[in-house]
Unconditional design. Sequence first.
Length: 207
Amino acid sequence: MFTDRRSLVVEAPPEAVWRAVVRIGGGHGWYAADGLWRLRGWMDRLVGGPGLRRGRRDPEEVGYGEALDFWRVTGLDRNRRLALRAEMKLPGEALLEFRLEPQGSGTRLTQTARFLPRGLAGLAYWYSVLPLHAVVFRGMLQGVRRAAADFARFPPGWLDPSGGTGLIGFSPTDRKTAGRRGWRTRAAWARDGPRSPPSGRTSRSGW
């Protein structure tokens, strides 16, 4: 079995990191190299796989056994571990796991990709995609860290431009920051739909 393991410390509590991790897939994308993910999904559909068309049931929460694009949730321990198994057409078995461990005032996030090849085709597949791991998996990890930092800074209650649970700020500075990023209250989202306010501006109601 081949293993690609990456780890970093996120300056956020496990609860915030977990919220960022479980948003992967579906309309939120994969935090990095979404074009490569779409290409892989298209290639999978060509050979009879599910591709990315399954999306996800809920934009924020996942449950055991649920689909996340062409992955399946096979392990779930809230704020601690998320395990996925690939259901795309592959010459082997692919697994992806996220582990969260408290470390000081933050969280150590470990991302592990495993691949069990079948025959020479499996070996060729692993080595052909290995150079892309630095882009896909490293970028994903960095994206989770950025999202977790936002979740830690702002408590729940706001929606982001993609339609997921977002952030709320209490100070004027925080509110302006949220406005520039396109984050709005649930009331504003329900009233205006999926539209971000102009850069640097917030609406009078709902902020």
